[in-house]
Design a protein around this ligand. Structure first.
Ligand code: 3UK
Length: 545
């Protein structure tokens, strides 16, 4: 049976607590109030200035934000949707909300009004905190948001609050900077994140007070060994579980410094940020490491000598990317797998113990198990579905009882990932057990792409699966059986792409690769067997398992 327990470590979580107090105020109490906690690079496009805050200023602003929310009658357990760019205001309001027991729910800043309406109603949010340049998307649907009372706007130098909206900075100016954090059970609800699946609507992942602390005291303490000298910079944004840890609770737990960048990610800009702020730990995803590697002479043009470690998550890091990066910049990339439900990373390579192409070994404080479809143990060397146990697992999917029962199995969580463990104890990701596709760090459901494709007269049948580009980075791949009146050609491929685009499908969901085939693998009942195509693509990119 494949079962492994990570190193046992002591994790001290109080029975009664407020996680914002532990992560932020504790630094001031320990005499680190004058140390820089946050720097924001600023962004001209949205009119966000450069800024800098010490731990004491972070604490006081968090208190102000908490009081500001209370002053508009937000209180314990009230959900607050956050559509905010990576700025200090994000951090103040996220932890300010937690300080009064309210529940911040950060979501992707690039979604549509309709998607925000779903999140507002599903979470029953009483307020939304939104950057002024994005507020229009909320205003459009505000009347349909059944529980929404306040639109609180983060103003910038270019964008102001409009009629009927509240200004976060105005509310904070009027609010006291003293706040006694509301201490609750270690098992009280603290924050939510949303996660999508192959079918159905996104699921609210309900996290508890102790979850961030558990991740900080396992992964960030024992794998990254963050300390006061570290300067953390995450290209992945705060609204992703990955970015949230990298740019808040991970570094805050150890009094490190964080660099926030509100702008759209750009590899040249990332090198400038590393040099300017002396970044010591860089966090990003495989496609972005490849974009950084493609910048010519970056290793000569920029001083990256401050980097002591780089971290990869979101998708498997190809061994070639690891090697190229190490040759060019002389620093390791630690690949590790995390999920929104686990809060953060639970299998990871360790400094000095890296096997490129694998996710590494269990993080201290976590246990791993591989099972087959029936839940039976699988033998060593064979792929199985990964279950994980550890105290940062979310409590449930909000009001999605059936999905909750399938994924949260007592102390274990079913990740939906397929893994193999080798004799050296390293764990390799070999794909998803479901049909979900990951590309550019984002999820794509094959069903959505297939139904859009099927509307084109040339498409008889199709199957959309996880594919890989020449760097072994995840892409969307479409297998298409075309109708009699059409012949396969590059033009047809282009036509399908523009057809999908005009149907309103988001750019990252449009297949990067098309393959025209005579038939698709089918079950006896006529169901397309996507998993066979998925395995084929994997073997083409990585060879046989
Ligand atoms: C996949 C990986 C191979 C895997 C995340 C770090 O990505 C994060 O969370 P999501 O909920 O997605 C989770 C799923 O993504 N995955 C993530 N990392 C890797 N596959 N190698 C990897 N290194 O399918 C997993 O189930 O968006 C990452 C920290 C917190 C996170 N939430």
């Amino acid at each position: 049976m494949v079962y492994e327990k990570g190193e046992e470590v002591e994790i001290n979580i109080p029975e009664v607590m407020n996680v914002a107090e532990i992560l932020i105020d504790e630094n001031v109490r320990l005499g680190k109030g004058n140390k820089v906690a946050l720097r924001c690079c600023g962004d001209e496009v949205s009119g966000i200035p450069e800024s800098e805050y010490t731990y004491e200023e972070l604490m006081l602003n968090t208190n102000r934000a908490g009081n500001a929310l209370r002053n508009v009658r937000l209180d314990v357990d009230d959900r607050i949707l956050m559509i905010a760019l990576d700025t200090p205001e994000f951090v103040f309001s996220f932890f300010g909300a937690i300080k009064i027991g309210a529940i911040p729910v950060p979501v992707n800043t690039m979604l549509s009004s309709e998607e925000y309406l779903y999140y507002l109603n599903d979470s029953r949010a009483k307020a939304v905190i939104v950057h002024a340049n994005l507020a229009e998307k909320v205003v459009k649907i505000a009347k349909k948001a059944r529980f929404l009372k306040h639109i609180i706007v983060i103003e910038t130098e270019k964008y102001a609050a409009e009629n009927g909206q509240l200004s976060l900075s105005a509310l904070m100016d009027e609010a006291s900077d003293e706040l006694e954090p509301l201490r609750l059970s270690r098992d009280a609800m603290a924050f939510w994140l949303y996660s999508s699946g192959t079918t159905g609507l996104p699921k609210g992942v309900v996290h508890l007070q102790h979850d961030m602390l558990y991740s900080a005291d396992t992964y960030y303490r024992h794998v990254l060994e963050l300390n006061e000298a570290d300067v953390c910079y995450s290209v992945s944004k705060l609204f992703f579980a990955y970015g949230l840890g990298n740019s808040t609770y991970g570094p805050f737990r150890f009094g490190s410094e964080v660099v926030l960048d509100p702008a759209v990610p750009d590899p040249e800009r990332s090198f400038q940020i590393i040099e300017k702020y002396g970044v010591t730990v860089l966090f990003t995803v495989p496609p972005f490491y490849n974009r950084m590697l493609a910048i010519e002479d970056a290793e000569k043009r920029y001083d990256t000598s401050s980097l002591r470690l780089c971290v990869n998550a979101g998708e498997a890091l190809p061994a070639v990317t690891y090697q190229k990066w190490k040759e060019k910049f002389g620093v390791d990339i630690l690949d590790g797998i995390g999920t929104t439900e686990l809060t953060h990373i639970f299998i990871s390579n360790r400094p000095g113990r890296i096997k490129p192409g694998t996710s590494g070994i269990p993080v201290p404080g976590y246990e791993l198990k591989l099972v087959d479809d029936e839940g039976n143990d699988v033998p060593v060397g064979k792929p199985g579905k990964l279950l994980v146990k550890g105290d940062s697992i979310a409590a449930l999917y909000w009001e999605k009882h059936e999905k909750t029962k399938k994924a949260f199995l007592g102390e274990w969580f079913d990740t939906g990932d397929m893994y193999v463990r080798d004799e050296d104890g390293f764990w390799t990701h070999v794909g998803r057990a479901d049909d979900l596709i990951k590309t550019r760090g984002l999820w794509v459901s094959p069903v959505e792409v297939e139904s859009a494709l099927l509307k084109h007269p040339a498409v008889e049948f199709c199957a959309v699966v996880q594919g890989y580009d020449e760097n072994r980075v995840g892409i969307v791949k479409a297998f298409v059986v075309i109708s009699k009146d059409y012949t396969p050609s590059d033009e047809l491929e282009e036509e399908l792409r523009s057809f999908l685009k005009s149907s309103g499908l988001k750019g990252y969901k449009i297949p990067e690769s098309f393959e025209f085939v005579d038939e698709l693998p089918m079950t006896a009942t006529g169901k397309i067997q996507r998993y066979k195509l998925r395995l084929l693509e994997r073997e083409r990119a990585f060879g046989k398992i």
